[in-house]
Ligand binder design. Sequence first.
Ligand SMILES: Nc1ncnc2c1ncn2[C@@H]1O[C@H](COP(=O)(O)OP(=O)(O)O)[C@@H](O)[C@H]1O
Ligand SMILES: N[C@@H](CCC(=O)OP(=O)(O)O)C(=O)O
Length: 377
Amino acid sequence: MSTQSQAEVRRAIAEAHTIVVKVGSSSLSGSSGHLDPERLRGLVTAIAQTVRMDARVVLVSSGAIASGFGPLGFDARPTDVATQQAAASVGQGLLMSHYEAAFGRYGLRVGQILITARDTVQATQYRNVQRTLNRLLELGVVPIVNENDALASNEIRFGDNDRLSALVANIVRADALVLLTDVDGLYTAPPKEPGARQIHYVPNVLDTLENVRIGGTGSSVGTGGMVTKLEAARVAAVSGIPTVLTCASNAGPALMGDRVGTVFAPIKQRGTSRRLWIGFAADPRGTLVADEGAAKAILGGRASLLSAGVVGVRGEFSAGDPVLIVDEHGNKLAKGISGFDSEEVPATLGRTTSQLRKLLGAEYAHPLVHRDDLVLL
Ligand SMILES: Nc1ncnc2c1ncn2[C@@H]1O[C@H](COP(=O)(O)OP(=O)(O)O)[C@@H](O)[C@H]1O
Ligand SMILES: N[C@@H](CCC(=O)OP(=O)(O)O)C(=O)O
């Protein structure tokens, strides 16, 4: 497909029917880091106006921890995982009650969906998330998505909601992704640095953004900074979805296609795939070494990785975790979701599926990595 001009990308966003809006903690909280309900209401007004114009909006909202640490008696956002999870557990309900009240003023219902990273890599969970989101949208509800912070394990989690929002955009086949933060777009350097200039249009986010220095969070409550926002824009772009990145106070103009923030053009035709997440964002928890035949089969594009073609395993992982697949020379071939725990793998190496059934039982008679769970690198 030919690259869309800035005006075309902005028009596509203005005309989008299904939109994913992501708002970061930094945009929902005041200088103390606590949730600021006034800011939340401002955002809701912009979204409600869009919904009234017949659009379907999924809101991916951070802010559970920001909403919870104050009521728990902490002055600042906690830094240890257990207290963050406790704060998120208290804060998520409070956050939703603010959203319920604010959307309620416009006669709109909200529905809460809490997702863990695993839900986006496991086929059944992925489909459940997809079905519920689609049904909520059909019913005219505004789904509000956050990571299930209270239960997310430290090893496999999104941490920030940027990448999660791109995957949600992919899951609902959104026409546009709107990333709202505390700066009006991408700058040539962290915006506090002298000389940093705003970029308004990124035609191909896969190209290394030369002359752009990307930094981490600029606030005491945000987590991913610009790094994860660009990752989200990349996932969206290769899913055929245009992205606009701007500050939360520009939500209304951004949704109308006005010239605010930074827009990222889509790169591919529309498509949806759980495999995008496997390829893009999932950090491998271990490595499987494929022999020559298996490596060739995988590179052919349509084969699963069978135990018969695996000669080694490294790292500790559970069935359902992302793993790297390399050849015997260490060349990276693919990423995939392991069908076995790492400790089960040695007993399966070199075995055919029927041998696995005979030796270990029917529950072991499946590929080590199924082809639907495998993405070439
Ligand atoms: N090149 C850059 N352009 C714009 N912002 C940048 C850049 N590098 C780093 N940042 C920082 O990223 C921050 C936004 O990320 P973050 O604090 O995680 O927000 P959120 O809570 O919205 O996810 C900005 O406040 C800014 O300080
Ligand atoms: N899920 C967490 C979000 C963590 C976070 O700060 O994310 P972000 O502000 O998007 O960088 C929460 O609700 O507090």
